[in-house]
Design a protein around this ligand. Structure first.
Ligand code: GLY
Length: 353
């Protein structure tokens, strides 16, 4: 997989101009959603080479990460004369960059694209590393391809206008990166005040977080091995997220990941001796900032069933990424149905739901 270039900056105009000069194209398209359009499109619309481009607009939120939306984007590209030499700019959160990346990498067998993430979640995770896709058949990111953006342009100024929920959502992926990397970075993250963020400090933490992800992706771009580490918290997190979607009470992705981390760190304690005090401190942080996802034991079977669809699974065995210590990763750890039910009991007791 070709390497994508990640650029941090605080001047969208200058950097986007440079990026588009590096990619030869015949026609340029911008994909964005209803939320991003109002606040973020004006920031790039006056740039030379972009001026006059009418954005392709899709509905906001995970409920629109569908085959129908994808077909709409393909159709609009086709109707507006996109060729194999056209360029797509995805401006938005993880939904826009995932779906837009998939649309670009499949339209006429692939056109180049640039990601400009506008949420914390897409800066530290979704827009980086070449995973693209849509939800399908009630399952998260069920269909997609690995296809990196040519450039990921990260303008941390966007963080200042982000609401609390979106900030917390992205921060859960940063917490995951902290757990995967070092005790020092994890401690920095759980001691940072996300309710009243110091944006200067947050920029540093974001840059560290992106580097952690980049290093993992460089070693294993197609997730044959160590990239599975980035799924810490996601086996259970995706099941929570899918159940919530089925029950029409969707949560932002990062909230589900945070609750998934509680479960998977518990498993880490039980199965790979992860230190209990670090589980306790991490759970405390998550309880304080994310609240909890409510369900009862009648939903255990459905949650288990959803976990059986996880992409890390092998020959029907549910595979978890666990930790022996902060920064000491154990991929391909299996668990029985009974153990998974015990883990869900632990979650409900600990979170008080
Ligand atoms: N979000 C996990 C990964 O990019 O591998």
């Amino acid at each position: 997989m070709s390497k994508q270039e990640i650029i941090f900056f605080q001047n969208t105009e200058e950097n986007l101009t440079k990026a588009i000069q590096q990619i030869p194209f015949d026609k340029l398209f911008i994909l964005t959603d209803e939320n991003t359009q109002r606040f973020c499109v004006p920031l790039i619309q006056e740039i030379n080479g972009i001026k006059g481009t009418e954005p392709i607009l899709i509905g906001a939120g995970d409920i629109h990460k569908t085959l129908e939306t994808l077909a709409f984007v393909w159709k609009t590209l086709g109707d507006q004369g996109a060729s194999r030499h056209s360029l797509l700019i995805n401006l938005g959160g993880g939904m826009v960059t995932d779906l837009g990346g998939f649309a670009a990498s499949t339209f006429k067998r692939g056109i180049p694209y640039i990601n400009i993430p506008t949420t914390l979640l897409s800066m530290v995770d979704a827009s980086v590393g070449g995973k693209t896709g849509i939800n399908f058949n009630g399952l998260k990111n069920e269909v997609g391809v690995f296809a990196p953006a040519r450039y990921v342009l990260i303008d941390t100024e966007f963080l200042k206008s982000l609401d609390r929920e979106n900030l917390c959502s992205g921060y859960a992926e940063m917490l995951k990166h902290g757990l995967l990397s070092s005790e020092k970075h994890w401690a920095e993250l759980i001691n940072f005040n996300i309710e009243h963020p110091d944006y200067h400090r947050l920029q540093d933490l974001v840059a560290q977080s992106v580097r952690i992800k980049e290093q993992v992706v460089e070693q294993d771009p197609f997730e044959k091995g160590i990239r599975k580490a980035l799924n810490l918290g996601h086996t259970v997190g995706h099941a929570f997220e899918s159940l919530a979607l089925e029950q029409e009470r969707p949560y932002l992705h990062g909230y589900a990941v945070a609750w998934g981390l509680v479960c998977e760190l518990y498993f880490s304690c039980i199965k790979t001796n992860f230190p209990k005090d670090k589980l306790r401190q991490t759970v405390q942080f998550i309880k304080e900032h994310y609240g909890f996802f409510t369900f009862d034991c009648k939903q255990y079977d459905r949650l288990y069933e959803l976990m059986t669809h996880d992409k890390k699974n092998d020959a029907g065995i549910i595979n978890f990424t666990l930790l022996e210590e902060i920064g000491q990763i154990r991929i391909n750890q299996s668990a029985t149905k009974e153990e998974i039910f015990e883990m869900l009991d632990f979650y409900r007791e600990t979170m008080g739901c």
